[in-house]
Design a protein. Structure first.
Length: 596
């Protein structure tokens, strides 16, 4: 073996590859493939990885990177198979374990992802990215204490690991330790004062705490550190009211005209500019920017409403009156949860803030506990079917166990809580399951004028999810699915859902609040009327709004933009303006308690 071959073999060993002896060009081929992969020339990279494997079928490095490329191409199952083959060839190939973890994590196979990241750390204990990703997998499973431990290990390895700082802050916030999260960030920023991402994340924490001035100041520091960073402008836009000649508006106009701006960056600015022009009364320019921001965002998404239409049909077929009514009772008897649900931007954060102002209620915020139960039911091979069909096979013991698992999860941090809200708007998909596993839970449905609801979604750049919200026609179609779901639940569970109209809350806050508390079995407390003074962490898209007294300027906002809303109005059809979904029979009905 000559010097060139020895160098190639050494590089191959370093990468965990096993080239075929006597094929000196194999490693050069592999390096060309990696170079193409890194530069985004994916088709060339795929071709070269395959040529590498044709010459050296047991080249673990090429196998695992071809696997990761398959993941990037939208084939996660193929990716997992290829990367696992690489690991069989070379169990000590750190990159293969790490990439396997990334793919599994993306597919929400969190236990398996955690195993992969632990394998990385067994081989390389100072792998900070693996520590962070293991923590993220644990966080998504609500194992918050263990997640925090791994985020702290990531930061011990790399104190400047901004994602680990952000993840740790999220965990601390979920544990109600936002002040500790803020202190952690501030310590980081004292050593790295020009870190724009850190300042921006600090602003988000201050906003959760209701500290608007501090949030604004952190955004200003982020802009000072990186003047061309657009995200802080969107937060600033949410925190202030613009006036003609506003210097922030002028700065955003200059920034969005820069050719170096990416589509991702421009999306933030479009929404911020829309809000600014809306504030100064220029609805034409406002809608132009709303439309541009939504187009940019929609172009990045893979969304097909037909998938959701099929899911609704399956749920309606499965959760018939016989299933949800005939089996009510055998679940977990706890009455602790208050589920606040409905379309996003329909008043769910407002209602939760009102309830959380009561001395007997803890505001639980948005979390995925119920969704994880659904995923678990679907993953249970013993049932032989997926969700929702598998629910019909749940025994009384199964339902009681699932309900108790939910209660155990939400009370892990506050075991003495009397009542606790779960404000995940899209839990309206799971009302039938709630009734089966937690028959004494209170279900609050927030409703608002359909056009105002959809427009409010269209005006908001969400942090994640809500892929239906960035096209007016798709919004209207999704709203139909939501209404179909709610109409079905009212039909099969009469009296089980308490309706809160946003417009009623604005018109007569006290009366609507009294009905709300009565539905929850809670005595009256004046603090519920002064909800904006309640100090608590709010981690939703409406965090800024609920710090204000109730206001009515969002009612019938759609009329300002009526001439632009043709695709939405056409999609909504008969579910147009004023068609607020409610069931009057449930508005004043006392809590309907089941026995277990």
């Amino acid at each position: 073996m000559n010097r060139k071959q020895r160098r190639a073999a050494a590089r191959a060993r370093h990468r965990g590859a096993v080239p075929t002896d006597g094929a000196p060009d194999t490693e050069a081929l592999f390096q060309r493939a990696v170079s193409c992969h890194q530069s985004g020339r994916l088709s060339d990279a795929k071709r070269l990885y395959r040529r590498t494997l044709a010459a050296a079928p047991r080249h673990a490095g090429a196998l695992q990177l071809l696997g990761y490329l398959s993941f990037q191409d939208g084939d996660p199952e193929g990716a997992i198979e290829l990367i696992r083959r690489a690991i069989v060839i070379d169990p000590k190939l750190v990159a293969a374990h790490y990439n396997l973890g990334l793919v599994l994590q993306d597919q929400d196979r969190l236990d398996e992802a955690g195993t992969a990241f632990r394998a990385v750390l067994a081989l390389q204990p100072d792998h900070g990215a693996a520590c962070n990703n293991l923590g993220a997998a644990l966080k998504d499973q609500d194992k918050l204490d263990e997640a925090a431990t791994w985020f702290r290990k990531a930061l011990a390895i790399d104190p400047a690991h901004i994602e680990a700082h952000e993840n740790l802050a999220q965990v601390l916030g979920a544990q109600g330790k936002v002040d500790e999260a803020i202190a952690s960030y501030q310590g980081f920023l004292e050593a790295n004062p020009g870190h724009d991402e850190g300042q921006f994340n600090l602003a988000a924490l201050h906003l959760q705490r209701g500290q608007v001035d501090e949030a604004m100041a952190a955004c200003r520091r982020a802009i000072a550190a990186t003047p061309e960073r657009p995200e802080p402008y969107q937060t600033i836009a949410e925190l202030k009211t613009f006036t003609p000649g506003d210097p922030d508006l002028a700065a955003m106009e200059v920034l969005i005209a820069k050719p170096s701006l990416t589509d991702f960056q421009a999306t933030f600015l479009e929404f911020a500019l829309a809000k600014a022009y809306e504030d100064i009364g220029d609805t034409e320019r406002a809608f132009t920017h709303f439309a541009a921001g939504n187009r940019r965002k929609r172009a990045t998404l893979r969304y097909d409403v037909a998938t959701f239409e099929a899911d609704v049909s399956r749920i309606v077929t499965t959760f018939d009156r016989e299933l949800v009514s005939g089996r009510a009772g055998p679940g977990c008897p706890s009455d602790l949860p208050i589920f606040v649900l409905g379309m996003p931007r329909s008043g769910t954060t407002l209602v939760e803030q009102i309830l959380a102002s009561h001395s007997q209620v803890l505001g639980g915020g948005e979390h995925g506990h119920l969704n994880r139960i659904v995923v678990g039911i679907g993953d249970d091979a013993a049932l032989g079917e997926t969700y929702p069909e598998a629910v019909a096979r749940l025994s009384a013991d199964d339902r009681r166990r699932l309900g108790q698992a939910y209660i155990d999860t939400v009370t892990a941090d506050r075991p003495t809580t009397q009542r606790r809200t779960d404000k995940m708007p899209h839990n309206f998909w799971y009302i039938g399951l709630i009734r089966l596993i937690l028959p004494n839970a209170t279900i609050i449905h927030c409703a608002r004028d359909p056009v105002d609801t959809c427009l409010a979604c269209y005006r908001k750049l969400f942090d994640r999810g809500h892929d239906y919200a960035y096209d007016l026609g798709e919004l209207g179609r999704y709203y139909h699915l939501y209404r179909r779901m709610m109409d079905h639940w009212r039909a099969v569970l009469p009296g089980a859902i308490h309706e809160v109209r946003y417009e009623d809350m604005v018109t007569d806050q006290e009366q609507a609040t009294r009905r709300l508390l009565e539905a929850c079995g809670l005595p009256w407390e004046d603090a519920c009327l002064a909800f904006h003074r309640t100090e608590r962490v709010v981690r939703t898209a409406s965090a800024a709004q609920v710090r204000r007294p109730l206001y009515g300027d969002a009612v019938a906002r759609w009329r300002r933009y009526a001439r632009h809303l043709g695709p939405l109005l056409e999609a909504l059809g008969p579910l147009g303006p004023g068609q607020v979904p409610t069931d009057a029979a449930t508005v004043t009905r006392p809590r309907n308690r089941a026995t277990g």
